[in-house]
Write a protein that binds this ligand. Structure first.
Ligand code: AMP
Ligand code: ZN
Length: 465
């Protein structure tokens, strides 16, 4: 399998440390607010990688943290802990806030069919591990105490910027944060452990050999990853905004602590944009998967929309795109529902289609091309129903689009006809023939097809009897 590696800026052959086994770490959400659909796009990208590796026969062990302390509003060392921001906003304890948004996150995560990582660990559960790592870094001269905080000394490394290809813009970012913190020896140094001297009102504090305080954001992922996945990691992933400073700092402290290379492949997902630019939680209104669902969109249509684009390309979210994705997905599912699971399995055809599907996934997870194999299969009259159904079930192990709907649960109406009727209803409304418009809607409903109107147009949902 070939995968783009941010560390080398190349698409490389993926070779795990241990044959057939993959240790995979994903940066989890900061649970100070709902995860927006941009965050979820990132986890769908990780899910496709996870599922593809399993599909190819690897035994995957995957870990993800839940950031419930230490992530400051700047992503660096300035600003306030995001959990403190939420505490002031909602007048609840940090742990209450963390629990509420962690549950909300996994609700949405499951709604888009993301597999749960085997290991999910909140940052606050691993304080001992951070203390162990920071103590060793201090002993070995990679860290220093200043103004009460413990900092990582980036001047001790020759290749601190290896992940960012020495990107000078990122150095400027570091310079800005150092101006606010005169305790640092070098502009790029970062905090491993904060003490109360920096943020006096912080709720969550732990005793440590370096003073009462709390861990920095970056040390969490290093600690959790090494604790649960060991000293050699195969793949570490996150969104592109994690490359600097978060992952750059993770590499610095992990490799200084371990004394050897830590992670071989760095996997980064591009952002989901809205009309205002990058989606973010601090931008005010947060568009979540659950909100889309309340608006009657199918969360899986959002997943389908993501799979139509490559994970390393930016993707613009619009309701138009979502409606289009939902209609296309319904059309595909309608076609699949009509396939009769009959005949003898055509072994060679089965193998041929599966190989083509895998070929695209193995090429840096080209999901849109993998989908094109599904479309080709649906049109191919030389493949019988039995073979088609078996292939579709197999493809759906990776795509996870709920492609197979039991035939009793679905109405066999031709999907083109539904879309046609939607058009006729639109025309009728335009001509103020509301009687006809309502008739079309009611007739479809009787057949188990519910129309969903929104400002962006009409889509439909196939409802069970
Ligand atoms: P956070 O909860 O802020 O720690 O973010 C969780 C994950 O979502 C991180 O790995 C981010 O890189 C990723 N992320 C944040 N914003 C976006 C976006 N607009 N599109 C895709 N991924 C994002
Ligand atoms: Zn992380």
């Amino acid at each position: 399998m070939k995968l783009y590696n941010t560390l080398t800026r190349n698409i490389e052959e993926f070779i795990p440390n241990e044959k057939g086994k993959v240790k995979f770490y994903t940066c989890g959400p900061t649970v100070y607010h709902y995860a927006h659909i941009g965050n979820i796009r990132n986890y769908i990208g990780h899910d496709i990688l996870d599922r593809t590796l399993r599909y190819l026969g690897y035994e995957v062990t995957r870990a993800m943290n839940i950031t419930d302390v230490g992530h400051l509003t700047s992503d660096g060392d300035s600003g306030e802990d995001k959990m403190e921001v939420a505490r002031n906003r909602e007048h609840k304890s940090s742990m209450e806030i963390a629990k509420f948004y962690t549950d909300a996150f996994f609700d949405d995560f499951k709604k888009v069919n993301c597999l749960m990582p085997q290991i999910i660990s909140p940052a606050t559960d691993n304080i001992d591990m951070y203390i162990k790592i920071i103590s060793k870094l201090l002993d070995d001269g990679f860290a220093y105490t200043s103004g009460g905080n413990v900092y990582f000394d980036t001047s001790k490394l020759d290749n601190y910027y290896s992940l960012t290809n020495q990107d000078s813009n990122l150095v400027v970012g570091a310079r800005e944060s150092v101006l606010e913190d005169s305790n640092k020896k070098n502009q790029a140094d970062f905090v491993l452990w904060f003490t109360t001297s920096k943020f006096e009102n912080h709720e969550l504090l732990w005793d440590s050999p370096f003073g009462k305080g709390y861990p920095g954001w970056h040390i969490e992922c290093t600690g959790i990853s090494i604790k649960y996945l060991g000293e050699h990691l195969d793949i570490h992933g996150g969104g592109v905004d994690n490359i600097f400073p978060h992952h750059t700092n993770e590499i610095a402290q992990s490799e200084a602590y371990l004394g050897h290379k830590w992670c071989n492949y760095w996997f980064h997902n591009e952002h989901l944009l809205d009309e205002t630019g990058k989606m973010s939680k601090s931008n005010g209104g947060i568009l979540t998967i659950s909100v889309l669902e309340e608006q009657k969109y199918n969360p899986i249509a959002f997943r389908f929309m993501c799979l139509n684009s490559h994970y390393r390309k930016q993707l613009l979210f619009t309701y138009d795109n979502l409606v289009q994705a939902q209609n296309t997905l319904n059309k595909i599912k309608g076609k699949i529902a009509k396939i009769k699971d009959e005949g003898e399995l055509q072994d060679s055809r089965y193998k041929e289609y599966k190989e083509d599907f895998i070929k695209y996934l193995e090429n840096d997870l080209n999901t849109s091309n993998a989908l094109s194999i599904l479309y080709k299969l649906l049109k191919d009259s030389s493949v019988n129903g039995k073979t088609k159904i078996k292939l579709i079930k197999s493809f759906d192990e990776v795509l996870a689009l709920d492609l197979i709907v039991e035939s009793n649960d679905i109405n066999n109406e031709l999907d083109e006809e539904i879309l046609d009727l939607i058009e006729q209803r639109k025309e009728a409304k335009k001509n103020k023939d509301f009687k006809l418009a309502d008739e079309i809607r009611d007739n479809l409903l009787k057949k188990g097809i519910k129309l969903i109107d929104s400002r962006e147009g009409t889509t439909y949902e196939i409802i069970k009897d």
